[in-house]
Design a protein around this ligand. Structure first.
Ligand SMILES: *Cc1c(COP(=O)(O)O)cnc(C)c1O
Length: 840
């Protein structure tokens, strides 16, 4: 919650009026001297350790607090400003924010990296060592959560007033260890060392109800109303983190909610002498924000997950209404003029019913007005076409948990289906398909339908994805409301994914085209005039080489494997999933192994095959795919016949922190999902910006990456989305490919006979069986095309000047993949939120 939810205690003049004097300087001075004094101050007053026992970790915390101090006035001025000016604010509702380490990014955005380095050097410390002390706040699974974080960075940098709302999970995404080649999950107790970036607001909280039943009653005016009598009430407490824009004063807020017991309810039990029930109540309440759920697992029956979603949505909406009516004193009718609320996938889509409940039950608005305000306020971003990933909740469970919301959803549905019948008379099949209530299998609430019906704008996250939404999963809705549908291709922030993580390239860019690219990534086009300059190409290669050495060192420390930076780094890092087809990349590696073993004189251009990514703990096949990769790696890395030109690495625990090392070091970016399955991808963009050349299918944003880079600078293979659908419709038989392709048969036979598992055929049998008999994502159908395309890659690599050309042109043409471009589109086309420079 922003401070606006609290009674105002100062005017903006007072807020920005804190000035010099020793205290003011040590809290806000931006020079190296001021920073050094501030760190010393915090070591004494906040860390409270005598000099003799100080560790780099202590310096990390002291510096972080000093940096946070420097954002504080900008932060308060930003919040105060949008209230004073009654600006429209974007709320980005997301169950995940994968923020990554904060210190380096905040130094960058504040423009005080050099000052901080000097300040620490003056204290005998190395900034790089201090930066490395920061852990990963792993409050997301992967792409979706990282997208939310990139969007916050761009919103602040583009000076758009905004709040990110999410959940402060006590345990983030598990950390991954590899033991005997298998993934082992360890709990991620990220808060145990404290979090210097957040500020808790224990005085500011909202009540959250759950379960129980509803009652009809007549209010004092004689109107029939509904009251929700919950079974349980707890509260959400806010923890706020500043989100500093780059090179601007704007500092926005990320509000994460943490669940707590409500004292008064616990007291009730105390009073009746039931001490243990009171304590139990507290434990149960606090469970709500305990742990982030890994995705790609069967969701059915996960009551706690639904509770988490409702929990953060109701706290966020109550906060918005509180600021709007109490702090700003505005009428509810102005809600859509002052707030744009974006639903990041369906996880927050209960917000549609919750806002209706707040407006109708708490604020006594009539239905039609409440509905009009709701639809005008919400926008919905869809993130998946996989039918198994579309969220639904079993009706019985939903009704038990949120009885009032189910009533409201029924009413929304009745009115909506009436509209459908009026538009498409007699088409009852369409009515059943579009209903918010699914009747297939057990009855369920379809969250994507609720989000679509309750939003004025619906978008996919890449051009192809948005088209497929309109022609497949949301086709009926598109036919009903074509004007609601649009596309906003994802983007990534060039601050974190270029400036911060690729200092070598940053320096080369600054010298070559100036520094403007940091906030106007299209300026990278300026590189195109240098592609034919041999000296520039050499500097380009030197930068890549340094990045590869840096990653090789990290790989060695994490896995013990030695990799030469002279080799091609061929990289696939992302969550492990069958549709992303890490196993297809493994089949290529085994193909090369097979060739080298059967033709002793053969050489292939040397490559490091690097994988990273977590598998959902309950996703059986994904975990076997990790085992396949590590088993192939152990065999190859130890075999002198092949390890002279092949190395296979599985880098454990891929996260934002080590992503900083991976993307800048890649030569080849593997984006090989089955066409039509990856909504967009953002990893593909991070690779491109950092000069990797892509081998990929026509899927997600790869389509746009290839269009921008030029077909000659992209390695394309595989079936198109239309071909995939046709193959499936014709009755796909993977065995046909095995029977007609001797090399593929030999590769599968190697796995099946236990070549990589010490002769044990059982360990990897499920993968082989799955491929031969099911192959739901057509890995075998694309195998030959992929392996042939990799031949072209190998040939291209041998001409290092030609390769450098491709690499430079990929970076030069990556401008549209900045999250600044994406956020500008959201602001213009969906949110209607303009820039609001903050006076400071
Ligand atoms: C960008 C990113 C992702 C998303 O990668 P995709 O290749 O788009 O699936 C996942 N995890 C982390 C840590 C990332 O930085």
């Amino acid at each position: 919650m922003t401070d606006l939810a609290n009674p105002p205690t100062s005017t903006s003049a007072e807020v920005s009026g804190v000035t010099a004097g020793p205290t003011g300087q040590s809290r806000s001075g931006m020079t190296a001297d001021a920073l050094r004094a501030a760190v010393s101050d915090h070591l004494l007053y906040s860390i409270a350790r005598p000099p003799a026992v100080l560790t780099p970790e202590h310096y990390y915390r002291a510096l972080s607090l000093a940096v946070r101090d420097r954002m504080q006035k900008r932060w308060m001025a930003t919040t105060q400003d949008w209230l004073d000016r009654s600006a429209k604010v974007t709320c980005y509702l997301s169950a995940e924010f994968l923020m990554g380490p904060q210190l380096g990014n905040n130094l960058l955005n504040l423009g005080i990296e050099d000052e901080a380095r000097t300040a620490l050097a003056g204290l005998g410390q190395d900034l790089d060592v201090i930066l490395d002390c920061e852990g990963e706040p792993g409050l997301g699974n992967g792409g979706l959560g990282r997208l939310a974080a990139c969007y916050l960075d761009s919103l602040a940098t583009l000076e758009r007033p905004s709040i990110g709302y999410g959940i402060r999970y006590e345990f983030g995404i598990f950390s991954q260890e590899i033991v005997d080649g298998w993934q082992v999950e360890k709990t991620d107790n990220w808060l145990v060392r404290g979090n210097p970036w957040e500020i808790d607001k224990p005085d500011a909280s909202y009540l959250v109800s759950w379960g129980g039943h509803t009652e009809a009653y007549e209010d004092v005016t004689g109107r029939l109303r509904v009251r929700w009598v919950p079974q349980r009430v707890f509260q959400g407490v806010s923890y706020d983190t500043p989100v500093q824009g780059y090179g601007v004063n704007t500092c926005n807020t990320l509000t994460l909610w943490s669940a707590r017991a409500v004292e008064s309810f616990a007291l009730e039990a105390f009073n009746t002498g039931d001490f243990y029930r009171a304590v139990d109540e507290e434990v149960v309440s606090e469970t709500v924000s305990k742990v982030l759920y890994p995705n790609d697992e069967p969701e059915a029956g996960k009551r706690l997950r639904l509770l988490q979603q409702y929990f953060f949505v109701t706290c966020s909406l109550q906060d918005v209404l509180n600021i709007h009516t109490q702090r700003a004193g505005l009428p509810l009718s102005a809600l859509p003029d002052k707030w744009a609320i974006q639903l990041n996938d369906t996880h927050p889509s209960i917000a549609v019913a919750e806002l209706m409940r707040l407006l109708i039950d708490d604020h006594q608005l009539p239905w039609e007005q409440a509905w009009n305000l709701t639809v005008r306020t919400f926008g919905y971003t869809n993130h998946t076409l996989l039918p198994e990933a579309l969220e639904t909740w079993p009706l019985a469970m939903f009704s038990e948990a949120l009885p009032r919301h189910l009533e409201l959803i029924y009413e929304i549905n009745d009115r909506f289906l009436e509209e459908v019948r009026a538009r498409f008379p007699g088409d009852e099949e369409r009515v059943a398909r579009m209903s918010l209530i699914g009747e297939d299998g057990g009855r369920s609430v379809r969250m994507a339908h609720l989000a679509t019906v309750g939003s004025h704008a619906v978008n996919g996250v890449a051009a192809l994805h948005s088209e497929l939404l309109k022609s497949s999963v949301l086709k009926d809705f598109y036919e009903m409301w074509p004007q609601r549908f649009g596309n906003v291709t994802n983007g990534v922030t060039p601050r974190r994914f270029l400036a911060l993580s690729n200092p070598g390239l940053r320096g080369l860019l600054d010298q070559t085209i100036g520094t403007g690219w940091l906030t106007d990534l299209e300026r990278l086009h300026g590189l195109e005039s240098f592609v034919d300059d041999p000296a520039f190409r050499q500097r380009w290669r030197d930068v890549k080489r340094v990045n590869k050495s840096r990653l090789a060192e990290f790989i060695h420390s994490a896995t013990g494997i030695e990799c030469s930076p002279a080799w091609m780094f061929d990289v696939q890092v992302k969550r492990i999933h069958e549709y992303k087809r890490q196993h297809l990349m493994a089949l290529h590696i085994i193909t090369l192994y097979h060739r080298l073993k059967t033709s002793p004189g053969l050489t292939v251009p040397p490559r490091v095959f690097l994988f990273g990514g977590k598998a959902a703990p309950g996703y059986f096949v994904a975990k076997r795919i990790i085992k396949l990769i590590t088993a192939v790696g152990e065999t190859i890395n130890a075999d002198p016949d092949v390890n002279r030109c092949l190395k296979v690495v599985f880098l454990p625990n891929f996260n934002v922190k080590n992503a900083h090392l991976v993307y800048p070091a890649a030569d080849l970016s593997e984006q090989i999902s089955t066409a039509g399955k990856e909504a967009s991808g953002t990893g593909n963009m991070k690779f491109m910006i950092n000069g990797a050349v892509t081998i990929g299918t026509l899927d997600g944003a790869n389509v746009e990456i290839r269009r921008e880079a030029g077909a000659e600078n992209f390695f394309l293979f595989g079936l198109t989305e239309g071909e995939v659908e046709r193959v499936k419709a014709d009755g796909y038989r993977p065995l046909n490919h095995v029977e007609s392709d001797a090399e593929l048969a030999a590769v599968l036979e190697l796995i099946a006979r236990g070549e990589f598992t010490g002769g044990d055929p059982e360990v990897l049998r499920p993968i082989v069986d799955n491929l031969i008999h099911h192959d739901p994502f057509l890995a075998l159908a694309d195998y030959r095309s992929y392996v042939d395309c990799q031949e072209q890659v190998s040939r291209a690599w041998l001409d290092s000047d030609a390769w450098s050309r491709m690499s430079i042109l990929n970076t030069a043409r990556s401008g549209m993949f900045s999250s600044d471009r994406a956020i500008a589109e959201y602001c213009d086309d969906i949110w209607g939120v303009g820039p609001m420079p903050v006076a400071f």
